[in-house]
Structures are given as structure tokens and as C-alpha cells.
Design a protein around this ligand. Structure first.
Ligand SMILES: [Zn+2]
Length: 407
């Protein structure tokens, strides 16, 4: 996020960040403990804490802890009462917004169903601007100060330009600041991976798989997302599962998305009896996805069908799981993650996907490694990207609280 002309007293700004990071990382501390942990003098720490209280990022929690030489001290902790961040998301079939406070508690959450395929960017961005204004006003009426916003988009991003979002039908769209706040945009799979890191599994290393209409992946290493040279790392949906399989909208053939994307999975709802061979896989199309294109119904309906044991729904999920197992085997060989998190629509479908995915990974990786990576369901599900967007703003405040003080 740009700090927009804010000039920092660099030493003081750095010390504010050190003190806040200590509280963020290891919980409430007295001023004496903070001095001990940071190596700063008690006078300096007291003055820094006063600034952080003024900025609204910490508060005296009232808990009296035993200080050094038995003297009591008041603990200072991260405050969720004032500073907050706005997360926004343009999905293919909805717009979403959330407000998250500094303790990463979700304070407000709104979703507007919409059909954003092949849409007019200006109209969608206007709709999102209205949603952002409404939720910000509501947060501020509740006493929060929203200090920044980030937007998750289903496409590749360069600066403030959305280069390509094939499912939206957008190319080279310059996204204006939707709110009168520091504002940034990022790819939804990257932000979803960070959302999972901060709000879900909270492990520091994993491969996050975002099952949506497109399928993205975010590799989290040591608590940060690996983006690749051009920010395009993690286009798992276009990893080839079957070289001469059905055409994919990326121009290639037999991509994972054709077999395990949301359109194919929901296609099972409208295609009972017409979706081909009922799993009798052949060499050219082992996942049997041909004919399963075209989204109808909702993920909720699909789950209901699966729970009722609908054979077409079960077969479609199994095919998707097998294809996912094949694509993830390549990802594991390339990246060697210890943990794979299935998110997005794969979270509600996890019960039916887990078996075929694990089987595929286990069978293909057994010779190369003792145990395949652990497979878990996302703790954030479809909310991961919008939470990750707000979380990335929170992360920047914690890294540089001086921006709130205009230092
Ligand atoms: Zn493709």
C-alpha cells in the first residue's frame, strides 16, 4: 500500500514497529517486559506505547502482571476497538466485503450475489464502490476507523491494472481507488492463501488450493506468499491433466479446470443422465469431463445431492478428485509442500474429494517419498480471499504503525 506522502521519523517509526510487532507476536506485555524484550530503554518504550495508544493500535488491557522486582505493571495489548481494514472481493458470481479489526476479528461481512461473467468493468466496480461505502459507514458508525482497503480479483494483477481475468471477460482494466483510503489490488488465490494463513489453518508453510470457477493455488513459505517473477505463480487450474483432453478457455487442452472447476462440478446438477459414460474412463479422457461444462445450481445444491447419494453428483466429484490428485502430484514434485489445504468450494465438497485426491497422491508419490503431504480442509472456505484482502491491510499497519500517526 502506498503511504501517500507520509514522512516518517525513521528511527521512531522503526521502534514503534518493533514494539507493536512484539505485542502482536507474543501477546500482552508490561512496559518493563517490552523494554527487556526489545532492548530499548523504559523511557523510550513508555513514549512509544503512548504513541501506539494514541494511534488506537494498542490499549492498556487492565490486566495487572508482576513486573520486575515484584512491582506490578499494566499489560499493553493489541486493540481491536478502533483501527480496522476493509477487504473487498470480485468473484465471478458475487461481490463481497468485510471489515476486520486489528486483532483479526471479523466485524462485518457482506455478500451480494451477481453474475459477473463477461461483464462491464465500470458497472461492477461501481457496484463494489457502493458496497464498500455502505460497509465502511456501518463500521465507522460502530466506532471503528477504517484505514485501508484491498481488493481480491480473479485474475492477474500488475500494479493497479487487472491484466487478465478470463472468467470476467476483462483485459487490462485499470482499477480506480474504490474508497478514499490507501487501496491495492491482488490476485484472489494469493489473498486466499494469506486469508488461510491468518484466519484459518495458521500454519506457516502450505500449498493452498482455491477451488472456484477458476482454480488457483498459493504457496505460503515462512508466512509469505510466493508470487513468481510476474506474480503468476499458482495457476494450478491450467496444469495439464490430460494432454489431449477437452479444450480449456486458456487455449490449452485437458487442464485441471476442465475437470475440477466449479462449472464442471455444478454441471452435474443439470446433466444427470446426459454426462456421458458414468465414470468408465478411457485413456484420452480418464477423468470423463467431456460434456460436463456449464454451471447450473449452487454448491449447496450439489452438497445436498451428494448427501443423498446422487450417483451423477458422486461420480463428478470423484472425477474432479482424481484430476486434482494428478495435478497436485506435479505440484508436490515441483514444490515439496508438507501440507495441502483445499479451499474455496472444495471446502464444502471436501468429504467427497478427500478420498480420490489422497489416493491419487499416495499412489503416485509412494515411490519417491515415504509419506505424501498432509491434506486438510480450509478453515476459511469461500471467505478466504476477502479475509486475506483485509488481513493484508492489517499486516501493513502492524509492520508500520507510524503511518497512522503521520510521522
Ligand atoms: Zn487451461
Amino acid at each position: 500500500m502506498s503511504s501517500r506522502g507520509v514522512r516518517h521519523d525513521s528511527m521512531r517509526a522503526r521502534n514503534l514497529a518493533v514494539v507493536l510487532a512484539t505485542i502482536h507476536r507474543s501477546g500482552p506485555h508490561t512496559r518493563a517486559e517490552l523494554a527487556e524484550r526489545t532492548g530499548l530503554t523504559k523511557t523510550t518504550v513508555s513514549s512509544l506505547v503512548a504513541d501506539l495508544i494514541e494511534a488506537g493500535v494498542v490499549s492498556e488491557s487492565g490486566a495487572v502482571q508482576k513486573g520486575e522486582r515484584g512491582r506490578p505493571g499494566v499489560a499493553v495489548s493489541l486493540s481491536g476497538r478502533r483501527v480496522a481494514a476493509l477487504g473487498l472481493e470480485i468473484n465471478i458470481d458475487y461481490l463481497a466485503a468485510c471489515v476486520v479489526d486489528l486483532t483479526r476479528t471479523v466485524r462485518l461481512r457482506r455478500t451480494r450475489p451477481a453474475d459477473n461473467r463477461n461483464s462491464d468493468p465500470a458497472a461492477i466496480l461501481d457496484g463494489l464502490r457502493v458496497l464498500a461505502k455502505e460497509i465502511t459507514a456501518e463500521a465507522e458508525a460502530g466506532g471503528l476507523r477504517v484505514i485501508g482497503a484491498a481488493l481480491a480479483v480473479p485474475g492477474t494483477v500488475e500494479g493497479e491494472v487487472l491484466r487478465s481475468a478470463p472468467h470476467l471477460g476483462w483485459r487490462d482494466v485499470r482499477v480506480p481507488d474504490l474508497v478514499d483510503l490507501p487501496f491495492e489490488i491482488d490476485n484472489e488465490a494469493n489473498l486466499a492463501a494469506l486469508g488461510e494463513l491468518w484466519f484459518g489453518s495458521r500454519e506457516s508453510d502450505f500449498l493452498y488450493v482455491s477451488g472456484e470457477i477458476g482454480i488457483g493455488a498459493g504457496l505460503v513459505v515462512d508466512g509469505a506468499v510466493f508470487r513468481g517473477t510476474y506474480g503468476l505463480a499458482g495457476e494450478l487450474g491450467h496444469v495439464v491433466v490430460v494432454p489431449d483432453g477437452p479444450a480449456c478457455r486458456c487455449g490449452g487442452r485437458g487442464c485441471l479446470e476442465v475437470y475440477a472447476g466449479q462449472d464442471t462440478l455444478l454441471g452435474a446438477l443439470g446433466s444427470a443422465g446426459s454426462a456421458g459414460s458414468g465414470g468408465s474412463a478411457d485413456a484420452a479422457d480418464p477423468a470423463g469431463a467431456a460434456g460436463l461444462v456449464g454451471s447450473t445450481g449452487s454448491v449447496g445444491e450439489l452438497v445436498a445431492r451428494l448427501e443423498a447419494g446422487d450417483p451423477e453428483a458422486v461420480r463428478t466429484c470423484e472425477r474432479a478428485g482424481h484430476a486434482l490428485g494428478v495435478a497436485l502430484t506435479s505440484a508436490v514434485h515441483l514444490l515439496d509442500p508438507g501440507l495441502i489445504v483445499l479451499g474455496g468450494i472444495y471446502a464444502p465438497l471436501y468429504r467427497w474429494l478427500e478420498g480420490p485426491v489422497s489416493e491419487g497422491l499416495g499412489a503416485r508419490l509412494a515411490q519417491m517419498r515415504g509419506t505424501p503431504p498432509a491434506l486438510v480442509v480450509s478453515g476459511t472456505g469461500p471467505d478466504a480471499a476477502v479475509l486475506g484482502a483485509a488481513g493484508s491491510v492489517i499486516q501493513r499497519i502492524i509492520a508500520d504503525p507510524a503511518q497512522l500517526l503521520g510521522l
